[in-house]
Each structure stands twice: as C-alpha cells, then as structure tokens.
Design a protein around this ligand. Structure first.
Ligand code: ATP
Ligand code: MG
Length: 327
C-alpha cells in the first residue's frame, strides 16, 4: 500500500533540511508518495494566508506529514497543522549521541507530552486594567488517552519498562490531580510500572542525573519546558526530532526553527529532520528502516562529516550524502 506523505518545507532552513530528509527517505526505495504543500512567511506575503486551506487539507488527508519550520508565521502554521492531524501527544526524544558535545552525554530520554489542553488551551482573559486570568483545562479523557498511548509505547519496545509521570498535584490538586489519577490509573490497570516526580524536582534531577529517567509523561506546559531543558543537555537544536501523533494521522518536525542566521547558506545540520523522518517511518510501520536511518545518522555523527554547529565543516549536502551512503 502506498503511503502518502505531505511535505511542507516552510521557511528558512526548512527549505534545506526537508530536501535532505526526503533524499534519505527516497534512498530507501519504499512505497512512499511525496506531495508538496506550501506554508509560512513567503506564502503569506504572496497570498495573505500563512497556511492555505489546500495545505491544511493535504496534511489532514495524508498518512503523515513532514514539516520544516515557519518564521514569523510559526503560530499560524504549526498550531492549525497539529490540529489538522488531530494530535493528542507530542513525542520528543532527547538522546545524546557519541561524537556530539553534550552537557550530559548519558542522556537518553523520551518525553510524551499531552498536546491538547493544560494552560495552552487558549482560555485567557483580561478582566480589568490590572488583571488577566488563564483557565487551565484538564480532562480525565485526555489524560487517559495519553496514558494509553504511553502504555502502548513502552509495551511495544524492548527498551522501556515503564514511565515517569511528571506533575505538580501537590499544589494544583484538582487539575494535576486529575491528570495524575488518569495517567496512573490506566497504567495500573494495564500493569505498566510508573513513578511520580514533581515537575520542579524533575528539572533538578534530570540535570544532575538524567539516567534515572527513561520515558517521561507530562502535561502540556511542563512537557514543553522540560523537553527543551533536556534538549540543552544533549547538545543542541540541530539534533532533535519530534512527532505529533493523532488517531489516524501524524506530523513530524525538527524541534528547531527557521534559523534565519544561517538560512540560505546550505550549512544547516539535517540531523533533526532526518531523525524526524525516521520517526515517521516507524509510525508507518517501517520500524526496521527507521532503525537503519538512526544507525546511519549515529555513525555519521560519530565519525563525520559533520556540519558547523557540531564543530565540523561539512555542508548540509555533504552530511546528508554521508548518511545516505551509510544506508
Ligand atoms: P525561529 O523563530 O524560526 O525559531 P530562531 O532564531 O529562534 O528562529 P532557531 O531555528 O530556533 O532560530 O535556532 C536557534 C539557533 O540554533 C540559531 O542560531 C540557529 O542557527 C541554530 N540552529 C537551529 N537549527 C539548526 C540546524 N539545523 N543546524 C545548525 N544550526 C541550527
Ligand atoms: Mg526558535
């Protein structure tokens, strides 16, 4: 069966790292059909819309989407795109690779972040000249859905035994209490081991000793902040992939943005996007190919050629060619 992949380069280095990832995917000779869609600053300048309806529909109808980055229009592009794929969980691995300078080279974490509610659900109000409020939304259903995904995630893999649940239910008793009860309840029913960590304590412990954690399940805001913190531990933005998973659809994107300071020079590190493509393969059931891509990336990170952000002097094309070569 042909899988249709929506490909949205967007702006800045999106236009350099997405072609690199497509080159890697094409070299595998799988039954994938790539369909290009436009979004971002340039499209807005041309048409007045950062995310044309046809691009939204393309992502909604495809089996998966590979997205680069959008500049000024990022929020107008990525938020609706995540909605188009109906994603309820954001997967963000933070893994240090040999050959890359990392603050904590032993880091190997996967964050599973709730992706629909919490403080990002948009219920903010100005009540007076002096007062603004934000309503934090937490449902049992979304918490249980995330937990079910987390249980599948650890059960489907040989590398994980259980997961940590990060929350602050000692203070936010109702909202994080509901989140905690929902997540731990499902895990208990499924016989999946969990441990609970308060989110402030997690921030300290993950810096001091990341090895004590493995899969980390978080509410929306905590997952956003703590996964960025972990990104810092493993050596930077050029390396980190992510996935937004929905019931019938998914979107994969590097964690970094458009990198305007180096855009157009052909020197961007393609690793984050190629690893995002590896996550896409895994999601579509090509787990062996996904593993092969990660192994090839790992070997090029260790032996070179590497891009400038990693201390090397290769350009995007050279690093990509080396990865394809290893495959
Ligand atoms: P945006 O608003 O689009 O996020 P930004 O200015 O925040 O843009 P980022 O893309 O978030 O830029 O990158 C932050 C820094 O990390 C920049 O200096 C950028 O050059 C560097 N960087 C990010 N991604 C890469 C990459 N793939 N290769 C090399 N350097 C990168
Ligand atoms: Mg940025």
């Amino acid at each position: 069966m042909t899988h249709q992949i929506a490909v949205i380069e967007g702006d800045g280095i999106g236009q350099e790292v997405i072609p690199a990832a497509i080159e890697v995917l094409e070299s595998l000779d799988l039954d994938l059909e790539f369909v290009d869609g436009e979004a971002g600053d340039a499209v807005k300048a041309d048409t007045g819309e950062a995310l044309p309806q046809e691009t939204y529909d393309l992502a909604a109808d495809a089996d998966a989407t590979l997205f680069g980055a959008a500049g000024e229009t990022a929020a107008d592009v990525i938020l609706p795109l995540r909605d188009a794929v109906d994603s309820f969980v954001n997967i963000r691995p933070a893994k240090a690779y040999p050959g890359v300078d990392a603050v904590r080279p032993e880091t190997d974490l996967v964050f599973l972040r709730e992706n629909t509610e919490g403080v990002y659900s948009g219920h903010e109000d100005d009540l007076s000249d002096d007062l603004s409020t934000l309503t934090r939304v937490v449902t049992t259903s979304a918490s249980e859905k995330l937990a079910a995904f987390a249980c599948d995630y650890v059960e489907d893999s040989d590398d994980h035994d259980g997961f940590s649940v990060v929350h602050k239910a000692n203070v936010m008793r109702k909202t994080d209490g509901r989140f905690r009860d929902g997540v731990v309840g499902v895990a208990d029913e499924r016989g999946v081991e969990t441990d609970e960590v308060l989110m402030d304590a997690f921030a300290t412990h993950v810096c001091l000793d990341p090895e004590q954690f493995d899969v980390v399940v978080c509410p929306n805001l905590a997952g956003d902040v703590l996964s960025d913190l972990a990104a810092g531990l493993v050596g930077g933005l050029g390396l980190l992939p992510s996935a937004n998973i929905g019931d019938d659809n998914a979107l994969f994107e590097p964690v970094h943005g458009t990198a305007p300071d180096i855009a157009g020079e052909g020197i961007a590190n393609p690793t984050a996007t190629i690893l995002s493509a590896a996550m896409l393969l895994d999601h579509l059931g090509y787990s062996e190919e996904s593993q092969r891509v990660e192994t090839a990336v790992e070997s090029v990170l260790a032996e070179g050629p590497r891009t400038g952000d990693l201390g090397g002097n290769a350009d995007t094309d050279e690093m990509t060619a080396a990865i394809v070569d290893r495959l």
